[in-house]
Design a protein around this ligand. Sequence first.
Ligand code: NDP
Length: 283
Amino acid sequence: MTARILDGAALARSIRADMAQRAAALAGRGRPPGLAVILVGEDPASSVYVRNKVKDCEEVGIRSILDHLPVHTTQDSLLARIRQLNADPSVHGILVQLPLPPQIDAHTVIETISPAKDVDGFHVASAGALMTGQAGFLPCTPYGVMKMLEHAGAVLKGAEAVVVGRSNIVGKPQAMLLLQSDATVTICHSRTRDLAAHTRRADILVAAVGRMKMITGDMVKPGAIVIDVGMNRDAAGRLCGDVDFDAVREVASWITPVPGGVGPMTRAMLLVNTIEAAERAAA
Ligand code: NDP
C-alpha cells in the first residue's frame, strides 16, 4: 500500500479562504477581527514564526498588532502590556511568542492573558475547558490535526489512537481531543517501555516528539493514518518530521508530509481561533 498524502498546505489554504469570508462579515458589521502578537527579543526562529503569523492575518483580513519588545523587557512591563491588550475591545486574540527570555516566567505571562483572548489555547482555563468538554480555545496544533483527520474521513469512534509525546501544547491536548472523539487513546513518552508495541496497534498514530525519523516502517500498522507533528532539521538543514516518511508511506493509508502537513494547519488554526474570538465578542 502507498499512503495518500494528507496535504496540510492545501487544507490550510481552504481554511484561510473561509476565514477571509468570516473576517469580511465581521468587518461589515463594524467589528473587524484583531490579533496582538508579542515578540520579546530576537530569537531567529521566533521572528520567522511571528512574521508568518502577521502575514497570514493580512491575507485573511485580520488586523494584526505586532509588539516587538527588547530582549531585556521586564516581566512586569510585559504583564502591563498584556493587561492593556486584555482591556482593548479591538483586540480579540493575544499571542505571546515562546520561548521568552529567562527573566520572564512563561506560565505567569500565559495566565495573565484573558481566557477570552487566549487564541493559542495555552491558558490553564483553556486546558481545563478542553479536559471537561467546555467551550474554550483549542491549542492550534492538535486542533489542526483533528481537522486533518476529519478531512481524511478517519473513523475515530472506537479506533486505537496512539499519541507519542505528552507536552502540554501538543501531546496531552491531542490525546484529549482524540478521546472526545471516542477513540481509545494511548499516550507514549520517553519512559514508555517497548514503544513499537504500542505504535503497531494504532489505527491513528500521532508523532509529536522532535526526533528525526524515530517512527520507522516496522512500527506502523498496515493501513494506519500517520500524523507527523515533529519539526527537525536533518544534517543538510532541511526540515523533516519524526516519521521515516519513505518507509512509512508504504505501510500507512494516509500520511502527513513535513513540510506541508501539520505546520501550515497550525498556522491556519490560529486564524480560526482569532475569528472565533472576534465572533464571540461581537455576539
Ligand atoms: P516537547 O519537547 O515538549 O515534548 C516532546 C515529547 O516527546 C515529550 O513528551 C517526551 O517525553 C517525548 N519523547 C522524547 N523522546 C522520546 C522517545 N524516545 N520516545 C517516546 N517519546 C519521547 O515537544 P513539543 O510537544 O513541543 O513538540 C514536539 C515536536 O513537534 C517538536 O519537533 C516540535 O518542533 C514539533 N512541533 C511542531 C508544530 C507544528 O506546527 N508542526 C507545533 C508544535 C511543535 P517526556 O515527557 O517523557 O520527556
